[in-house]
Each structure stands twice: as C-alpha cells, then as structure tokens.
Design a protein around this ligand. Structure first.
Ligand SMILES: N[C@@H](CCC(=O)N[C@@H](CS)C(=O)NCC(=O)O)C(=O)O
Length: 203
C-alpha cells in the first residue's frame, strides 16, 4: 500500500497485477525470486522489489515529500521502524499458541515503538511537521494493521495524537484510492490500467 501511494502521487500509468501470496505467478518469481510483493518492473526492464525502494523511485528527492528531512534520513527512520516494529506486529496479529510470548506482550512491544510518533504528533499534524512526508506514507499501513487487530484497545491508549493521525489517513483520498481491490491477475493476461482503474484485461 505504501508503494502504491507513492506511485499514485507520481502519477505514472502502470499495469497493475494483483497477486495472491498463496499463488504467486511464475513470471513474478522469475524477475524477483525472493517472492515478496510489491515488485515493480520499470519500462526499461529494471526490477525494484522493496517497497521503500519503489517509493524512492517514485518520489524525487527534491519533492515536497522530503521537505522536512532528507531522503536518506527518512529512509533510515522507515527502515529502522520496519525492522523493529514489523516482527512484533506480525507476532501480535498472527499470534500462535506456541509462540514465545503471549499476544499482549507482542502488542506492547510493538506499541513501544509508537511512542516516538505520538510525541511528535502532539506538536504537529504529521510525523515530521506540518506536511506529510515519505515517512508518514511508509509507516501508516503498519500502524493501521496494528490498530486494526484490536481497535477498541488502540483507541483507549494514551496515544491519542497517533489515533487522530491514523484516522485522518484512513479517510485521505490518497489512501482510500490505493485500497481498491482488483481480481487476481492471471498469467498471460493484461493487468489493470492503474491508477485509472480501467480494466485492460484482454479477452
Ligand atoms: N521488505 C519488503 C517486505 C515485503 C513483504 O514481506 N511483503 C509481504 C506481503 S505484505 C510478502 O510478500 N510476503 C511473502 C509471502 O507471504 O509469501 C518490502 O517492504 O517490500
């Protein structure tokens, strides 16, 4: 979703191929054997298969998305958040009975990484200041996933500025636009013309 938001901001027309993770297309694995999404194939045949790299490809370093901190600074913060937060988020969201810790412990470990955001958001509407930056787009989908596991719990925490920030993103046209679901892409077919959403499926 974060890669899609950056690509939508960029405004280029893409062919979007919706992938089911349990049924990955051979053509995707051929260009990116690690088998994670998103994968972007550029017009010159280049392959970018890390979402933050796709964001940086789509958002030029001199754009407004880097007005409050450099691309390198924001990337470092986003990568560090991914590394520390995501494993706890996954352990909380997909908790298994045999896991080393109980669900609430994983929840609280993940939540600890949100306190820094809350502190910033008490002073301004976005993570780094008064305008949205790459960092907001990069972390928002994960904060959304975290909040969605137990929304009443999330809403009752002390992180009320974070809650308001998330609620604003959830209705932001950029976010709602990328949440459109598409049918699974089938090998040999054309994908969706995106962002317009018009079907380019060949008959
Ligand atoms: N660091 C990668 C992580 C990508 C990733 O793990 N994506 C998940 C889906 S959100 C995935 O493709 N998992 C592979 C699978 O479940 O088979 C990125 O940000 O692009």
């Amino acid at each position: 979703m974060r890669a899609r938001m950056a690509l939508m901001v960029q405004g280029a027309q893409l062919e979007l191929r919706e992938v089911l993770l349990r049924d990955k297309p051979a053509s995707m694995l051929a260009i990116s054997p690690k088998g994670t999404v998103p994968v972007l194939q550029t017009a010159n045949g280049g392959v970018i298969d890390e979402s933050l790299d796709i964001m940086c490809w789509a958002l030029p370093p001199e754009s407004q998305w880097f007005a409050l901190a450099t691309q390198a600074e924001q990337l470092e913060q986003a990568r560090s958040f991914d590394e520390k937060f995501k494993p706890h988020l996954d352990a909380y969201k997909y908790h298994r009975p045999g896991a080393g810790r109980c669900r609430e412990e994983y929840r609280d470990l993940a939540a600890g990484h949100l306190d820094r955001f809350e502190a910033n958001l008490r002073h301004h509407d976005y993570l780094l200041g008064t305008t949205p930056q790459l960092l907001d787009l990069a972390v928002m989908p994960f904060v959304r996933q975290f909040a969605s596991v137990d929304r009443p719990w999330f809403d009752n925490q002390h992180r009320q500025s974070l809650r308001r920030w998330l609620d604003r993103w959830l209705v932001d046209p950029l976010f709602t636009a990328v949440m459109t679901k598409f049918p699974q892409w089938q090998e040999g077919r054309l994908g969706e013309r995106w962002p317009s959403g018009e079907s380019r499926r060949a008959e």
